[in-house]
Design a protein around this ligand. Structure first.
Ligand code: ADP
Ligand code: MG
Length: 717
């Protein structure tokens, strides 16, 4: 599958060929083992050791048919990346030959030396063992099939000796269980028919930049930090609005086609591809899937983008803010819920009954986001995302919910209890029916998805789009939090309904519910909406007015990562995590430590990098320029010319050089300090350097400028 290979991809016949999916499992496992494993995958049936041995054997045969020589437990430690350690199937037969073996135990559990993974103090070095455990709900796959680099990858969770979560996936799976449990209660409450297991869905849109690798390697800041530390926005950037959805240039298209083809083979349903707002910025979106699988698939999307880019002579930047002055990259996290009836519960219903459940779910989201806004904000707190959130192009750090005009009106009506007839499209509603409530709600039109690009949490017709997630982040963390806060909100609401209905006679009207049910529902919806509607906001989230308005409403605005992370260990959050079995108190504290450390390490590393580059690349160039100007002044004087204008230019540069020395010193002494000092000092240094870049001769500047980086990937062959 090299980039040289331009054989057309057969979409249908090659999709998921490198995945040990139901089709492959059926072919490589006995019918009994196949059936048992399906039970495990769909209903959590435990795996016996005999079963594991049989599955391992079948999986190995399948992988070896794809050329795999090795297997790896593929997991997601708290580094935000994935981890792998390859073991070959090779086993000596002690007769001078070898066998290819893969045992049930090797499939189910691994024991990587975990001492070098971040654990936030959860693991003392004397108990450094960590365990990877197979997650059968995300199917195994082979990377680089039919090459000598083919490896069988087995998605896993990663935990310590006592079962402490050391990864991003364990809490995700636990939060899914917590959410499912509450959704099952909602199903019982509304008497939704169907015996499916309710679950969350995810469709993450992935933004990225592509830079020609010949320019990329000349930018040590981007190579080391994933983002540029210096540079001016060129005269032409995104203001022409010609890049977004623009014609995809051939070199980019060849890359995208290759990415799609690789992803399809891995069973990743890559669906859309287009140019984004900033020059050199693009997006890939898959079709949504069950959340756990989609989280893994997003990791594969990021890997595939980067690996394929390298083969096409590009560097793929996944950083949230690679370039100042133009849009950064996010990951729109489209999140929804499928109920036990197999239907999307965020899709407005066709019947009053469905609408009632829809409004209950909607109220749940409003309650969840308002109650747990700081935690939701914390779930997207990374050093990179700090540069993007609230930067006039990405949602602010204030968490709010966008519903659109029609739902706003409905929320308003629930709150005030005003006649719902005024909505106009339900002429048969009489006063009595209005009194008993929700079944008189107007039919909510299918297409309620007004667009508001400035909201961090927007309802888009049948799902919520959480737009604050960073482009380089794993989706596991934010989705863990969404599941958790929704579970907590629904829990309270269902409990309240049950309390109100405790002594209700089971009589029902023609909507399938008793009058008491309607009364209870109306009261619960009204109470929740009244209490939490301050989080609903339909205006411009980028505006300064919203910052003020949000403050008036008492909504938190946690601008930087350290502020946001504090929310992770507030007593309420700790209690929330442990109550729903998502993270124990120790696990929460350890995560806080890991993330805080990651933040300060990143900032200190970037600070050190900025200093190095200023000293060894930029200062010499600036001095050379200064000398040249000094010589020009001398020469002009010697020739009897007016040295004034030349002197002015010289003085400007000489001043900048002096300030450069000062800023370097200040930055250097602050490198041991708190991250915000470093960030502030880097900004001062950058401002000086960016000014020098604008004045200095282009051919003497040590780095390619933004203009070259932006347009190289699309305009240079
Ligand atoms: P846009 O938001 O740009 O209008 P779409 O509405 O087509 O685009 O969807 C964007 C993303 O949302 C896609 O990845 C899509 O698969 C995902 N998506 C659509 N429906 C759902 C759903 N029910 N649950 C989760 N994600 C969804
Ligand atoms: Mg979208």
């Amino acid at each position: 599958m090299s980039s040289e290979d331009h054989t057309p991809s057969n979409l249908v016949s090659t999709f998921a060929t490198d995945v040990f999916n139901a089709d492959a499992r059926q072919r490589y496992l006995s019918s009994q083992v196949f059936a048992d494993l399906e039970e495990t995958i769909h209903n959590g049936k435990p795996i016996t050791s005999d079963m594991a041995a049989a599955i391992a054997h079948g999986m190995k045969m399948w992988a070896m048919d794809k050329g795999a020589t090795h297997f790896t437990h593929w997991f997601q430690p708290l580094t935000g990346a994935t981890a792998e350690k390859h073991d070959s199937f090779l086993t000596p037969d002690f007769k001078g030959g070898i066998l290819a073996q893969f045992s049930g135990k090797e499939l189910i559990q691994g024991e990587p030396d975990a001492s070098s993974f971040p654990s936030g103090g959860l693991r003392a070095t004397f108990e450094a063992r960590g365990y990877t455990a197979w997650d059968p709900t995300s199917p195994a796959f082979v990377v680089n099939p039919d090459t000598d680099r083919a490896v069988l990858c087995i998605p896993c969770v990663f935990m310590g000796y006592h079962g402490e979560a050391l990864d991003e996936k364990t809490p995700l799976l636990r939060s899914q269980a917590a959410l499912t449990k509450q959704l099952e209660r909602v199903a019982r409450l509304f008497e939704v028919k169907g015996d499916g297991r309710p679950y969350a869905t995810l469709g993450p849109e992935q933004e990225y930049f592509l830079i020609d690798s010949r320019f990329y390697i000349q930018r040590p800041d981007i190579v080391m930090c994933g983002r540029s530390l210096f540079g001016n926005r060129p005269a032409r950037h995104q203001q022409m609005e010609d890049h977004y959805f623009g014609r995809i240039k051939p070199r980019i298209l060849a890359f995208m086609a290759d990415v799609d083809r690789r992803l399809w083979r891995l069973g990743v349903p890559a669906k859309t591809r287009h140019n984004e707002v900033s020059p050199a910025q693009f997006e890939l979106a898959p079709v949504f899937e069950e959340q756990n699988l989609s989280v893994d698939h997003n990791m594969l999307i990021m890997h595939t983008l980067q690996d394929t880019a390298a083969e096409h002579g590009f560097a793929c930047l996944l950083h949230e803010k690679p370039f100042a002055g133009v849009n950064g990259s996010g990951k729109h996290n489209n999140w929804s819920i499928v109920g036990n009836d197999g239907k999307n519960w965020f899709a407005p219903g066709q019947t009053p009954h469905d609408n009632a459940k829809f409004l209950f779910m909607l109220a749940g989201v409003i309650k969840a986001v308002d109650t747990y806004a700081p935690l939701i904000r914390a779930s997207v707190a990374t050093a990179g995302n700090d540069h993007r959130l609230g930067a006039n192009e990405a949602p602010p750090a204030i968490m709010s919910v966008y519903l659109g005009e029609q739902l706003d009106a409905i929320i308003e009506q629930i709150d005030t209890g005003n006649s719902l007839r005024t909505m106009g499209n339900n002429a048969t509603c009489n006063d009595d029916l209005i009194e008993i409530g929700v079944e008189c709600l107007p039919k909510i039109p299918r297409d309620v998805s007004d667009r508001n690009r400035t909201s961090p949490f927007a309802f888009t017709g049948n799902k919520f789009e959480f737009r604050a997630v960073g482009s380089s982040q794993s989706c596991a963390g934010p989705n863990t939090i969404l599941n958790l806060v929704m579970a907590a909100a629904l829990d309270e609401m269902v409990t309240e309904m049950e309390r109100r209905l405790a002594d209700t006679p089971p009589q029902k009207d023609d909507t399938g519910h008793s009058r008491e049910f309607h009364d209870a529902l109306k009261a619960v919806l009204r109470d929740e909406i009244r209490q939490h509607k301050r989080v609903v906001f339909s205006g411009d989230g980028y505006s300064a007015e919203w910052q003020e308005e949000a403050a008036r409403r008492g909504l938190p605005n946690l601008r930087t990562m350290p502020e946001a992370l504090a929310a992770l260990i507030s007593p309420e959050t700790v209690k929330l995590f442990s109550h729903y079995g998502v993270l124990s108190e120790r696990e929460v504290y350890s995560r806080h430590e890991v993330y805080t450390h990651a933040y300060s390490t990143t900032v200190a590393m970037e600070g050190g990098c900025a200093l190095d580059l200023a000293r060894t690349f930029i200062l010499p160039a600036a001095l050379k320029f200064e000398t040249m100007l000094a010589e020009t002044v001398d020469a002009a004087k010697k020739m009897g010319r007016d040295a004034g204008p030349r002197m002015k230019a010289y003085n400007q540069v000489a001043d900048l050089v002096e300030r450069l020395y000062g800023a370097m010193d200040t930055l250097e002494t602050s490198l041991q300090d708190r991250p915000n000092e470093i960030v502030a000092n880097m900004a001062v240094l950058r401002a000086i350097i960016d000014k020098l870049e604008m004045l200095a001769p282009d051919h003497d500047w040590p780095f390619p400028c933004y203009g070259e980086l932006f347009f190289s990937s699309t305009h240079i062959k």
